[in-house]
Design a protein around this ligand. Structure first.
Ligand code: ZN
Ligand code: ZN
Length: 258
């Protein structure tokens, strides 16, 4: 199993996950043109995507989705609340996700996980492959856009082989930064985003010995710096060679889970 991002942050998110037989897109928060260009850099086309999973209806996660759905007929998966709120519930390729039921697409199993975030019915995903007999399944945890973490989240993200983890803001940069007070309160509230410190705290509660790749993601360009996020995470996960930072415009290149 391997994964690559075409962009991560409040201006747009899109993640490709592929196994031997299956390729899925998680969120389509970039324009269709940017998606096509990003895929072309990976030698892929939009037609090669088997299914699209959407975490929630905020613009940085669905910007290009309508155009993609008009052009391609692959199935779309999202919760009922996300489908209604994004105005896409009428699409023929829509499949409604239930938070308790994983979805199988080819040889990938996608488990939605409920998260506290100020959207209608947001979720994040834990993705496992179903390998040939004799080999162990691998587990990729994708976790961004959450204001706090819950016992359910701690349980769901145990023992990942790779993890994409939101480190949205540095507490003091947000406090002293340019956002109006109402927006500062939204970001740091329980239904906003995860700070560097909260991300490190959450990581300390997870079995993370098997993590081959830890990607610091959804970094705020105004209220954080990659170096501060990495510093916070390194206190818990001191493996510089296994850490990556997801860039807003370029995401990150393929990371293979061995
Ligand atoms: Zn977001
Ligand atoms: Zn959001």
């Amino acid at each position: 199993m391997r994964f690559s991002s075409l962009g991560s942050g409040s201006r747009g998110n899109a993640l490709i996950v592929e196994s031997n037989q299956t390729r899925i897109l998680i969120d389509c928060g970039v324009t269709l043109r940017a998606l096509s260009e990003g895929l072309a850099r990976l030698d892929l086309s939009t037609e090669s995507i088997d299914a699209v999973f959407i975490t929630h209806e905020h613009g940085d996660h669905i910007k290009g989705l309508k155009s993609l759905a008009r052009q391609c007929s692959m199935p779309l998966y999202m919760t009922h609340g996300t489908a209604i709120k994004s105005g896409l519930d009428h699409l023929p390729q829509m499949n409604i996700l239930n938070h308790f039921t994983p979805v199988v697409v080819g040889d990938l199993l996608v488990q939605p996980v409920t998260v506290p975030h100020d959207a209608r019915e947001p979720c994040q995903f834990v993705i496992s492959n179903q390998p040939a007999s004799g080999q162990q399944a691998k587990k990729l945890g994708v976790l961004t856009d959450l204001g706090s973490y819950t016992p359910h989240i701690i349980e769901s993200y145990q023992d990942c082989d790779a993890m994409i983890l939101e480190c949205n803001y540095d507490e003091s940069m947000l406090q002293n930064g340019p956002y109006p007070i109402s927006l500062k309160q939204r970001v740091k509230g329980n239904w906003g985003h995860l700070s560097n410190g909260q991300a490190a705290d959450l990581l300390s509660k997870l079995q993370h010995q098997n993590i081959q790749w830890l990607v610091v993601a959804h970094i705020s360009q105004k209220n954080n710096q990659a170096s501060l996020a990495c510093e916070a995470i390194k206190a818990i996960f001191p493996h510089h060679d296994r850490m990556r930072v997801a860039d807003q415009d370029n995401g990150f290149d393929w990371l293979e889970i061995a």
